[in-house]
Write a protein that binds this ligand. Structure first.
Ligand code: SAH
Length: 220
C-alpha cells in the first residue's frame, strides 16, 4: 500500500476509542471488551478497512478486529468508524508477527488475509502472511475449527500459499483461481485492492484453510 505521511494520523489514532492500545492486556479478554460472547474474526493487513467495515455492518453478531501496521492507512478506517460507531468493530495498529501476544488460544474464529504483501524475494518468504511461520502463529490463536481465508491477485503468492498450507499441517477446504467467475462469489465483499484489480480485469484467487486434525494439535 502506498504510504503517505498523513499529518496527525498517529494523533487521531491515539485519540480514537476504536483503536485499542496496550493490546497485549486484552489477551484472552477481547470478548469482555466487546461485552458479549460473539465469535471474533480478524483481518490482518486491513488497509483502509472497507472490507471489515462492510462485514461488521452486515453481521452484528460477529466481532471484528482489524489489524494494520501503518497509521497512514489505518486512519481511513478509523475516520469511517468514528462516523459509524459500530459496536462490533475495533482496530489494532501492530505488526502481525506478535499476534500470539495479543490473542489467547482459541480466541479467534476466523482470520482474513486480503491482498497481503507478496514479498517476492526468497529471502523474505518468512514475512509472507501465508508462510508456514505465520500459519504456526495463527494456529496459536484460532479455535480448532477456525479458518484462514486468503484472497490475492498475485498468482505466485497464491501458488506459494497453496504449498505452505499442507507444509504447516493445515488442509485446504476450498480454493479458486478466479473468484469472480466461481460459485464462491456469492456474498463476496470486495476490498479496496480487489476493486482496483477486478476493474483492471485481473482474476482473483481465493483459498480457505483449516488445521488438519485440529483436536490433536490443540491438545499441545
Ligand atoms: N486488505 C487491504 C489492503 C491490502 S495491502 C485490501 O485488500 O485492500 C496490504 C496491507 O497489509 C497494507 O496496508 C500493509 O501495511 C498491511 N500489512 C502487511 N504486512 C503486515 C503485517 N505483518 N502486520 C500488519 N499489517 C501488515
Amino acid at each position: 500500500m502506498r504510504l503517505r505521511n498523513i499529518r496527525g494520523a498517529r494523533e487521531t489514532i491515539a485519540a480514537s476509542e476504536f483503536v485499542i492500545k496496550q493490546e497485549t492486556e486484552y489477551k484472552g479478554r477481547w470478548n469482555e471488551l466487546f461485552g458479549n460472547q460473539n465469535p471474533i474474526h480478524i483481518e490482518i493487513g486491513m488497509g483502509k478497512g472497507k472490507f471489515l467495515t462492510t462485514l461488521a455492518q452486515q453481521n452484528p453478531t460477529i466481532n471484528y478486529i482489524g489489524i494494520e501496521k501503518y497509521s497512514s492507512v489505518l486512519i481511513r478506517a478509523v475516520a469511517k468508524q468514528e462516523e459509524l460507531t459500530l459496536p462490533n468493530l475495533l482496530f489494532i495498529r501492530m505488526e502481525a508477527e506478535y499476534l500470539a501476544d495479543v490473542f489467547a488460544h482459541n480466541e479467534v474464529a476466523r482470520i482474513y488475509l486480503n491482498f497481503s504483501d507478496p514479498w517476492p524475494k526468497d529471502r523474505h518468504a518468512k514475512r509472507r502472511l501465508t508462510s508456514k511461520d505465520f500459519l504456526d502463529r495463527y494456529h496459536q490463536i484460532l479455535l480448532p475449527e477456525g479458518e484462514v481465508i486468503f484472497k490475492t491477485d498475485n498468482r505466485e503468492l497464491f501458488d506459494y500459499s497453496m504449498e505452505q498450507v499442507p507444509e504447516a499441517g493445515w488442509k485446504l477446504v476450498n480454493y479458486t483461481y478466479d473468484l469472480h467467475e466461481s460459485e464462491f462469489v456469492e456474498g463476496n465483499v470486495m476490498t479496496e485492492y480487489e476493486e482496483k484489480f477486478v476493474a483492471e480485469g485481473h482474476p482473483i484467487c481465493r483459498l480457505t484453510a483449516v488445521r488438519d486434525c485440529p483436536e490433536k494439535q490443540n491438545a499441545e
